[in-house]
Design a protein around this ligand. Sequence first.
Ligand code: BGC
Length: 745
Amino acid sequence: MKKLTPYLLIFLTLFWFGFGSDKPQLTPEELLSARVDSVLSLMSLDEKIGQLNQLSYGIGWGPTVKVSVPNEYKELIKEGKIGSFLNAIGAEFTYELQKIAVNESRLKIPLIFGLDVIHGFKTIFPVPLGEAATWQPEIIEMSAHYQALEAASAGIHWTFSPMVDIARDPRWGRIMEGSGEDPYLGSLMAAARVRGYQENLSNLNIIACAKHYAGYGGAEGGRDYNTVDFSERTFRDVYLPPFKAAVDAGAHTIMASFNEIGGIPSSGSKRLLTDILRDEWGFKGFVVSDWNSIGELINHGFASDLKHAGQISLNAGLDMDMESRSYITHLKELEDEGKVDEDLIDESVKRILRVKFMLGLFDDPYRYCQKEREQKNIMTDEVRIAALEVAKRSMVLLKNEKNILPLKKTYKRIGVIGPLANSKTHPLGGWSAMGDSVDVTTVLEGLKNYVDKKIDIAYAEGCKIDDNSTAGFKNAVNIAKKSDVVVLCLGESRDMSGEACSRSSLDLPGVQEALAKELKKTGKPIVVVLMNGRPLSIPWLNDNANAILEAWFSGVTAGEAIAKVLFGDYNPGGKLPVTFPRTVGQVPIYYNHKNTGRSGDLKNHYTSKYLDLPLTPLYPFGYGLSYTTFSLNDFNLSSGNLTEEDSIIVSVKVKNTGNYDGEEVVQLYIQDLVGSVTRPVKELKGFKKVMLKRGEEKSVQFTIHEKDLRFTTADMKFKSEPGKFKAFVGANSADALEKEFELVE
Ligand code: BGC
């Protein structure tokens, strides 16, 4: 027996299962299970536990390109005690690590390499919140495809993306990593990203990981990692749908979140990791913990020590331990003591092996580590053009008084001012993997290249993003005075959003607003370009700037994209995927809120309102202007009654009534007027982005089915309830035409 290599054994097992005989052929799924079982049957308990262990290769935080393999890791790989690395990068280096696993460990089981490829590997695309502002799942899918192509060419098999957490609180810095506040939009974006990363799992794709499961965006006070506590109904109707969509789209992995929900930390929640994920949704992939989230069960007061934590997590259904070393240190002992069942360990190992087989790593462990491919596929013109396309489409025009935009090509001089005007680092945004500031085009560079010396471009930094010095104001004001128009680039630094980057204020940091006020005194028109990873409260800018373009952190092509949009080569058509409050005091604020018993009447004292603020946000969800204008007319429902078997066709005519070709996102919202539980004032149920030439009119249609009206009812079933509904169509969530219909039994 000893003389047989493990792979010969696998071959014999497969032979036994039907290959080479006249027994019926196995289906691909059966073949996969047979291959997985055959490997499992060879494994010792130690080797099984090794597969559940994931360590970070990096020395310290973040990706590390190429350093020599520390002896500790070499030994662990040889002993079969590591199933996966995160943060080990590069075709050559991952090859070195893989070689140890394949040549020197007893069973030669290949390693799987993961990395946070959140909005690009080397060619950095806009941050995910910006990408969501495209309202174009097909564009998001393309973006994920190119991100996968680059990562896969650098030895990476697996991205810890998409981040699909719904976020209703912009103080939470991780709002930047997701698709905003809405479950419907978030679900479409989640599925699109999963498709884009995974496609057919050739060696040019990587597997996706929907995170952070679940409820992480509901952190109290917007403070990262904080307690989450909302009703089961809100959890199911608002926070879970994007995860379900990612699972339905075929996501092979899920990451358990750091937070607790209602007293149970996700990383120790059997209800979440097994009952809902596997039993209800049929998820077949594996669950990885977040970084040391198993160890953090101790800090939560849910486990007494690391051993207890491992026991809870494994029993809950958490398969792979990222960095806590709880499994590798304690699982064997827990199994001996009967606190963890070997069958359960087997299930986790099988899920991980299954993914390794699907990636083709048993057939060719080095299929992702080809140096030539790495040189060929990364930072190519093709990927950069794709990033530019996404960046242009991510931008949202928030204000455009008297059509100050697009900028006129007849201007003599443009003043480009502000702490983000010539920044090469901030446009990368947070979580920018191997993104490098040398690849970034700044706004200043972008505008200079665009005008090609035909317009004089003068630059002043004005102030820093976040300090109190006003020393640069004078120069900025002088430049503004001599310019026809000021392009003022304001916002946050890239490290103000992302993990552990919660803010208690949503105002522009530092003295940026004061700079804007000084520039306003010059009387010159001011076009603000915002770069940020979260909604900001900018009422003064809204009242005083002539135009505002929300550009987010738009990646390596930021400057090119912004120049093209400002000059009208591309007419912005993005829409906000999240509400912008007037001030942080309105938070949480989101469009799909409930009515209260006392909504609405601002003149009546005893109503639900603030004494010092309007109820409305600064910019509502779904909002965004264009250089042209649109009208919506002839809104019709094909019937006033809907049945379970039937559908209603919603139609509306959208016309381009302005002077430019442009795109409008026509949005369909529905309100369930009376329910067994209270219902949101409206919920997004469909949208279409339509391109219209000047003067052109098109008819847009949506279909409403009974299933679109389902929610978690009083008896905790997911179903619809007969009764009256309103359908709204509009160009944003606040400004819409409406009609009633009835769901009849
Ligand atoms: C983050 C995850 C990330 C992981 C690995 C954690 O701190 O919460 O989103 O995937 O680190 O880098």
